[in-house]
Design a binder for this molecule. Sequence first.
Ligand code: ATP
Length: 284
Amino acid sequence: MKLYEKAPAKINLMLDVLHKRPDGYHEVEMIMTMVDLADRLTITELSGNTITISSQAGYIPLDDKNLAYQAANKIKERYGIRQGVHIHIDKQIPVAAGLAGGSSDAAAALRGLNRLWKLDIPHADMMELGASIGSDVPFCITGGTALATGRGELLTPLPSPPDCWVILAKPPINVSTAGVYGRLRADQIKQHPSAAAMQKAIEQQSFEAICSELGNVLEDVTLSHYPEVQQLKQTMQQLGADGVLMSGSGPTVFGLVSKESKVARIYNGLRGFCHEVYAVRMLT
Ligand code: ATP
């Protein structure tokens, strides 16, 4: 038996850090949504009891460090499954980019294995399994658009933002999420974006308000270490994107664009400057 699962990338329309918690995690407020740039997982049953991972991308771990491996391992342990599985990851989402590619692969593996082994896992248990793999995994399980609080695992679903183009550009550097949070001084953040204002903009379906409420407190940390990310933001703004923000801990910068007629110019302008550029739709 073989099945497929799509693992879309996420972007943060806003990301705020409230404080560092005694357990070491940061208390966050984020509004996240999915874009139509996705990895594709092919999940195949194996006759033995092992988990194997393959990918055409040479630069992701294929052992127990792979988040899809961890997802399969957790499901097998929790539900006492003595059946092996092979997961092939057709990697399309840039890695260590702030797009939650690994978390989305883990979420897709959980969804796919739940189907493959007909486990009917209750939603709350899926979310708990996801959170034990990573803070962004619960959101990647549900998808859509959501306000994420706690360390990112507590979700309140929101309506989809109005349909638009999303142009993603990743400069040729890999940024460690843990490194960025490690350098962040939560008590010294100068300007906090507003989750309430972004939520209202989405509820009102106002593309203009969404663009003006974009904000990410991790930008200051990443931009001060990587001037090329700052330059990329400016270039995207100059090329005419309606709203521009770094996603997650970076280094990917995304631009929201309402008019299709602008997309080719922005895409081509960025390609002269950055190798990895994608023009996709928001997944509404
Ligand atoms: P986030 O936005 O959640 O911080 P990210 O987009 O910055 O995620 P990922 O692409 O998820 O980062 O990769 C982060 C690290 O996780 C990489 O260094 C990679 O080695 C490891 N990793 C483990 N499993 C995967 C996977 N399935 N796909 C990509 N990276 C993976």
